[in-house]
Ligand binder design. Structure first.
Ligand code: ZN
Ligand code: ZN
Length: 194
């Protein structure tokens, strides 16, 4: 979990990058077949042609609002969009936001924001969290005092923070000292909006 400089051999997690790219392409589908409305969940939207970002735009007759396939997802309004593909290949690396920002010529704050939004998106796509757990970039770890090790407080609804190494049998023998907890994207978002 330690942040380290990117090396020339750091190719990242190709399966995670491919999963993200495939899901990203679905959001950018050219199909005019309307999905359910992301706001009111109504069916029966009609396609209005292309919007300013050249994506099919739909008109919901339930709430009378327009949307595209990105609307309401954590991936809406991430800019500049053309760097996201490269970002998908880096998100599995335990690199710093500053370093990835330099590499992609985007702000470190953008790196942190994208990382959080993509983790939220991965949780929405795969509620089990197995894809989200493969993200390293931008993930924060919190120290859990030994006194609350059995039941760390759930900071957000649906929290899935995990104790680092909680699947290893040696943990139960290490009775004292603080533990590290991987802060889940739900808690991360709650902390940002607080
Ligand atoms: Zn609607
Ligand atoms: Zn959490």
């Amino acid at each position: 979990m330690h942040v380290r400089p990117l090396g020339p051999g750091d190719a990242g997690d190709a399966d995670l990058a491919a999963f993200l790219l495939s899901a990203w392409r679905k959001l950018h589908s050219a199909s005019h077949r309307p999905p359910r409305c992301p706001r009111c969940d109504a069916r029966g939207a009609t396609c209005d042609g292309l919007d300013h970002s050249r994506l099919p735009q739909f008109h919901c007759h339930g709430c009378n609002r327009r949307f595209n396939r990105l609307t309401g997802t954590p991936m809406a309004r991430l800019r500049p969009e053309d760097k996201l593909r490269a970002f998908f290949t880096l998100i599995s690396l335990p690199a710093s936001a500053a370093e990835v920002g330099r590499k992609l010529e985007i702000q470190p704050e953008t790196v942190a924001h994208w990382s959080l939004q993509i983790r939220l998106w991965l949780l929405a796509l795969d509620p089990e969290g197995s894809w989200e757990s493969r993200v390293q970039l931008g993930v924060r770890y919190a120290v859990v005092p030994a006194s609350v090790r059995d039941a760390p407080a759930k900071a957000a609804f649906g929290c899935r923070c995990t104790l680092v190494g909680s699947d290893s049998p040696s943990l139960s023998q290490a009775d004292d000292g603080p533990l590290l907890m991987r802060v889940c994207p739900l808690c991360e978002r709650a902390a940002h909006s607080a």
